[in-house]
Design a protein around this ligand. Sequence first.
Ligand code: 8DG
Ligand code: MG
Ligand code: MG
Length: 143
Amino acid sequence: ETEAAPVPRVAVVVCLIKGKTVLLGRRRSSLGDSTFSLPGGHLEFGESFEECAAREVKEEAGLEIKNIEMMTVRNNVFLDEAKPCQYVGIFVRAVLADDDQVPQNVEPNFCDGWDWYEWDALPKPLFWPLEDAILAGFNPFHA
Ligand code: 8DG
Ligand code: MG
Ligand code: MG
């Protein structure tokens, strides 16, 4: 059996803001297992970044979002994995379409559950691409 050579893929990562908090979930995945990450996932053929952001947040947390805005782009290379991979991470921010919505753990095989965390008191450990972005100055509460 042969495996195709790895290629870079595009992922949309969503910083969903509610007041002073953002939505994070603890990953259940070979990549970054048990670290806290933002909702998001692979861009599908034909999708806009905004469509992908809205779809992934709906699929993973059951939430409707609005005011989706581009924030930054990150190039994350995972060479030390059993299956090396690379993601061009499109970071967007958004808010809840309706503030009364409560996150649901729609994909319990991939996430321990979602919760809101104050930006100044994020849980640890963070998924390293998110940690990296923050160290590089990513802040969804600025501009
Ligand atoms: P899908 O099948 O639903 O399309 O994908 P997924 O299972 O939801 O993929 P994911 O791992 O949640 O996201 C895809 C990749 O995006 C992930 O493997 C690496 C990259 N990524 C970053 N930073 C972050 C982040 O903070 N959160 C998430 N979820 N993914 C991130 O580079
Ligand atoms: Mg997903
Ligand atoms: Mg995901």
